[in-house]
Design a protein. Structure first.
Length: 182
């Protein structure tokens, strides 16, 4: 997987460099809504079913024109949700992540925004003892943080598709991205 990612990035670098402000410049906002695969919670537990792994993130470009070929820095927020039915138990695990994220964007190809970043926040798991009960037991909240790589391709000026791998409520996410601002 790392070799494929490295080769993809190397190929993208060999294509003409375009200024990052074309897709993410100072004053721009991005909003991502994604569905994920690959749970980040309690890997040692077997699950019967789950609600799709959902996340929403937003960010604002605070500075662009980094390096001579272009680059931009964004800051924002992240919210992720996952829910799992623990096998043969009648117990559901709901997992929430809320945090801040920072990203470094660099545009290699027209309409393609590639980025790397990190998220720091808090993970809040809850146990529901059956699907009809509103009784929930909050498990210990804990620090949540890690890195990610992503790309957004804009089919239209303000709408595109988005994919990320790395830390979040899931290992891999795909969804839509909206852009507005300057």
């Amino acid at each position: 997987m790392k070799k494929i990612l490295f080769l993809t990035l190397a190929l993208a670098c060999s294509v003409s460099l375009v200024h990052a402000a074309d897709v993410f410049g100072e004053g721009n906002w991005l909003l991502n809504g994604t569905v994920g695969k690959g749970a980040m919670v309690y890997k040692q537990v077997e699950y019967d079913g789950s609600v799709p792994l959902l996340s929403i993130s937003g960010e604002y470009c605070v500075v662009d024109d980094i390096f001579s070929a272009g680059g931009a820095v964004g800051v924002g927020a992240y919210f992720g949700y996952a829910s799992y039915n623990i096998q043969n138990s009648g117990i559901w695990l709901d997992d929430f992540i809320v945090g801040a994220r920072g990203t470094f964007h660099f545009q290699f190809v027209d309409r393609l925004d590639t980025y790397a970043g990190c998220v720091l926040g808090i993970r809040m798991p809850y146990l529901r003892y059956d699907s009809k009960s509103k009784d929930m037991k909050k498990e210990d909240s804990r620090f949540a943080g890690g890195g990610f790589l992503g790309a957004s391709y804009f089919f239209f000026e303000n709408l595109g598709i988005n994919a990320e791998v790395g830390y979040g409520v899931a290992y891999a996410n795909i969804g839509i991205v909206l852009r507005w601002g300057n």
